[in-house]
Design a protein around this ligand. Sequence first.
Ligand code: ACO
Length: 327
Amino acid sequence: MIRSRIAGTGRAVPAQIMTNADLSKMVDTSDAWIVERTGIRQRHILEPSRAASDLAADAGRAACARAGVDPSTVDCIIVGTVTGDCPFPATATFVQKKLGAAPNGCAFDLSAACAGFLYGVSIADAFIRTGQFKRVLVVGVEVLSRIIDWTDRATCVLFGDAAGAVLMTASDGPSGLLSTHLFADGAQAEILWQPVGGSREPLTPEAVAAKRHFVQMNGREVYKHAVRNMAAGARIALDANGLTPDDVTWVIAHQANIRILEGVSERVNIPMERFFTNVDRYGNTSSASVPTALDEAVEQGKFKPGDILLFAALGGGLAWASGVARW
Ligand code: ACO
């Protein structure tokens, strides 16, 4: 049976670090409040001269190099992002060019916020299993620092910039992706969104003055849905493969907030020691968080052949996803 496998991972993180102490000079907050409520200690911020596609290309190049694949031989580039270079064309097309891969293969973006990377992995898996494509690069990239209101302490302390990527290929061995599950609940679309800048409310001086071009969030509602739905998605993923929580070696879940991860840990009955976490150093990097964590875990030699990895993520939409892979 042909399945897809992750042949290489990569990440790109901006050099500039913003600590909680830096933030406490900008808004009425403190390191103690941020650490207690979120577990975040610092985040990385992209320099003004660079865009999402620069970070995404760096992460994609690293994933291809680790897989031993020339980027110009990639059949498809999928970029999950809500902070792309511009409304159109797709950021993936800029990435293709920056990787020296244009005009080979196809390139497109997908919008599923923090679940964007896992949505991309699921689509790549389907392409590979049907035989349509052999090599698919999936990137999660966000430059959330550009759409955050830096005077709003309720949101600005949460997010950071980064990109992570995987190069997926076909596998006929035991390792690879065992399943993915995708979910959405559009009834909750307005609890986490960027209202202005599209066809519904175009960018106007009035909208900018009202700060409606920045991220708007009902934090408490998002928190509840995140814990409940990521845990439910994770359980569905395990059941679909006849696995129990004890079978899971590592959980690579969306790094929104340490308390959300602890809530998921409790609900799925997998101890926090088996959750790989890096939210303390990166903050919430939305679609970049799962591939960035995955790449760090690979770099640290956390996985051995046969390990079972459980993935879960939720973000604006609401959109959420889960998956299981055998390493
Ligand atoms: N520093 C200090 N005080 C703050 C800050 C801050 N940065 N932000 C809010 N407060 C204050 C509030 O004003 C409020 O004060 P009040 O009681 O005087 O009114 C108090 O802290 C409590 O505010 P709450 O919003 O009720 O705090 P809560 O415990 O819910 O924590 C948080 C807020 C951390 C945002 C939480 O709701 C959360 O984690 N939500 C999930 C949001 C999230 O992760 N979003 C990311 C995108 S979605 C995703 O990735 C899953």
